[in-house]
Design a protein around this ligand. Structure first.
Ligand SMILES: Nc1ncnc2c1ncn2[C@@H]1O[C@H](COP(=O)(O)OP(=O)(O)O)[C@@H](O)[C@H]1O
Ligand SMILES: [Mg+2]
Length: 207
């Protein structure tokens, strides 16, 4: 059993993209539920967009603790998609409830600076949730750029470790969100993206 929240202090970092794809990857082997805790309800929109993606999603915007309590015994894993602010009540609640907080960051100084607030909130949340593990996940990486090399160094300065697995900028991720599917539904066109997600899942499960 793992409860995983995708959190951050910026929109566009990849919380929703990683929520639906991580949950879809987990759901291939173990029953997994996504709790949409972002008032924008992007995961619910994703779920309504395509054909049935075979992944359960519930609206947990207004009652996240109740939703977690109601579903934690029925699913092996819960994935919570949070709003783009660490001050949002849903994010603060999630940090107090989950086993793992994943913080997607784009290879950009603006994204790195935005994580400073998260370090603080993770520390505060640990007073009530001492087992909370947190991991930065580089998302939308474009390998072989100078920026992406500098990114690792910059992240090493932060108190929250960065995942070994970086998620590259790939069309399959973009299409998955647009089409209400996961990268695992794209056959060979999604295989590199799927392999990255699977590697990230293994890293998270080994934390
Ligand atoms: N690894 C990726 N490769 C390509 N596009 C991505 C990737 N991650 C996110 N995106 C795109 O970036 C945009 C913002 O991502 P999203 O998951 O909505 O961020 P957030 O939920 O943090 O606001 C979306 O258009 C999404 O398709
Ligand atoms: Mg989102």
């Amino acid at each position: 059993m793992a409860t995983i929240a995708l959190v951050g202090n910026k929109g566009g970092a990849g919380k929703t993209t990683l929520s639906v794809n991580l949950a879809s990857g987990l759901n291939r082997h173990d029953s997994t539920l996504v709790l949409d805790a972002d008032p924008q309800r992007s995961v619910l929109q994703w779920r309504a967009m395509g054909e049935d993606p075979g992944l359960d999603v519930v609206d947990a915007v207004d009652d996240l603790p109740d939703a977690v309590a109601a579903h934690r015994d029925s699913f092996r894993h819960l994935v919570i998609d949070c709003p783009p602010s660490v001050e949002a009540p849903q994010t603060l609640t999630a940090l107090r409830l989950v086993d793992v907080a994943l913080i997607p960051v784009q290879p950009s100084p603006l994204d790195i600076w935005a994580t400073v607030h998260i370090e603080r909130e993770v520390e505060v949340a640990r007073e009530q949730n001492p087992g909370l593990r947190a991991l930065l996940v580089i998302n939308q990486l474009e390998p072989r750029t100078r920026l992406s090399r500098m990114m690792r160094q910059a992240l090493a300065e932060l108190s929250i470790p960065a995942a070994e697995t970086a998620v590259r900028r790939r069309m399959a991720f973009r299409m998955s969100v647009l089409e209400g599917r996961s990268v695992f539904d794209f056959g060979s066109r999604g295989s590199d993206a799927g392999a990255e997600i699977q590697q990230l899942i293994e890293e998270v499960m080994a934390l």
